[in-house]
Design a protein around this ligand. Structure first.
Ligand code: GMT
Length: 374
């Protein structure tokens, strides 16, 4: 069978769903598929135009009548045009709202067509945004109208079925990590810059939205630094940042916390850490924890969501309830000054991440799904 021609739509800015969509497209292109990215701007991980990759920017005209430009309609038109001109077989949209709505419109405009729509559910499109009363019936409709739906964890599939009453056929395809890109630190000089006194390094990396529960990171760190020689690295930016900065100052921690801001090349900074803390209120998967594991960094992650599908508590990381600040501090404290124990966990973490969640292994699961539709 010839390789399918695929259109991919995602949010292009920082965020796990855009990372998964872009990395999938890059791997598919290397595998010989023609991949068309149809997005509002260049996805941040799409750093070069490799062979088989074509980027189509969605144009959004301004008009005084509009309060804001109707992005979904412009996207639907772009999808229609790209599909027609390039004979797309599949539109693979990441994050249901509003991407599946645009794909549905594009497919209607193309009738009769063999174009298939695949929706990958990533998280808050189901757990938060999709449940808003103004989106709820539309989200259910779009799940039903997709030719195939995938979810990034068993947790997210279960949540979709329980909340929306649809999605029995959802296929679970987890997040993945490229272990050539995310790997343990080779050169220790960067680590020494952040820990000049040989301190241990705790890291948090996210988009600082309320769901990420970043104040808990500061509270855990506050407990830890009373007993251990440790520094905190905060990577990323977002709406919670002012509150987080205020909490750091209020606790008198300014001297031992570094705010590194948004980092497009997370693979450069992640490996300097000893432990990554992700205490989200819920996390349908928690891609950054998997990337940390591939770097040999021990993850401490919320137990609410899908992280239990790749973290084996006490073996390759720790799972704790998002409110359990003491439990998180105790778990981290138990390995912080025990290099031998931490190294064993770190090695297990890297092995588990790269064996079961490697890019080629997960790409094959998507390819099998594509093939099953024809
Ligand atoms: O759903 C979101 O919050 C957005 C999305 C993103 O773009 O960061 O994150 C979700 O998708 C990631 C990739 O599949 C998952 O690893 C994250 O766990 C998930 N976020 C949440 O569930 C909060």
């Amino acid at each position: 069978m010839r390789m399918p021609i695929i259109g991919i739509t995602c949010y292009p800015d920082q965020g796990g769903s855009g990372v998964v969509a872009t990395e999938l497209g890059l791997h598919l292109a290397r595998h010989g598929c023609e991949v068309h990215f149809i997005t509002s701007s260049l996805p941040f991980r799409l750093r070069s135009y490799g062979e088989n990759i074509i980027f189509h920017k969605v144009e959004m005209p301004e008009y005084p009548v509009f309060r804001s430009s109707p992005y979904t309609l412009s996207l639907a038109t772009a999808m229609h045009d790209v599909a027609l001109k390039n004979h797309l077989d599949i539109l693979h949209v990441h994050y249901a709202i509003p991407h599946t709505a645009a794909a549905f419109l594009a497919r209607e405009m193309l009738q009769p067509t063999k174009l298939k729509i695949i929706t990958t559910l990533h998280g808050t499109d189901i757990t938060l945004v999709g449940q808003e009363p103004s989106f709820f019936p539309m989200t259910r409709f779009l799940i039903e109208k997709s030719d195939a739906v995938t979810a990034v964890s068993g947790f997210l599939k279960k949540e979709t079925r329980e909340v929306f009453g649809v999605g029995d056929a959802i296929k679970v395809i987890p997040n993945f990590v490229d272990s050539r890109m995310f790997k343990p630190l080779g050169d220790l000089s960067l680590r020494q810059r952040f820990a000049p006194g040989g301190e241990k390094l705790l890291m948090h990396a996210s988009n600082f939205r309320p769901v990420k529960n970043v104040p808990a990171v500061v509270e855990v760190f506050d407990l830890l630094q009373k007993k251990h020689s440790v520094r905190l690295l905060l990577v990323g930016d977002g709406p919670e940042m002012p509150a987080v900065r205020a909490l750091v100052s209020e606790r008198g921690l300014d001297q031992c916390v570094d705010f590194l801001g948004q980092e497009d090349h997370l693979e450069n900074i992640l490996p300097v850490a000893d432990v990554l803390l992700l205490p989200s209120k819920h996390e349908s998967f928690g891609l950054v924890a998997l990337e940390a594991m591939a770097c040999g960094v021990v993850p401490v992650v919320t137990s609410v969501g899908g992280a239990g599908e790749f973290i084996n508590d006490g073996h390759n990381g720790f799972l704790r309830a998002p409110h359990d600040v003491t439990g998180m501090a105790e778990a981290i404290g138990s390995i912080l000054d025990n290099d031998h124990h931490r190294q064993i966990m770190a090695e297990d973490a890297r092995q588990d991440a790269t064996m079961d969640f490697g890019a080629s292994c997960v790409m094959r699961q998507y390819l099998e799904l594509y093939e099953s539709l024809f």
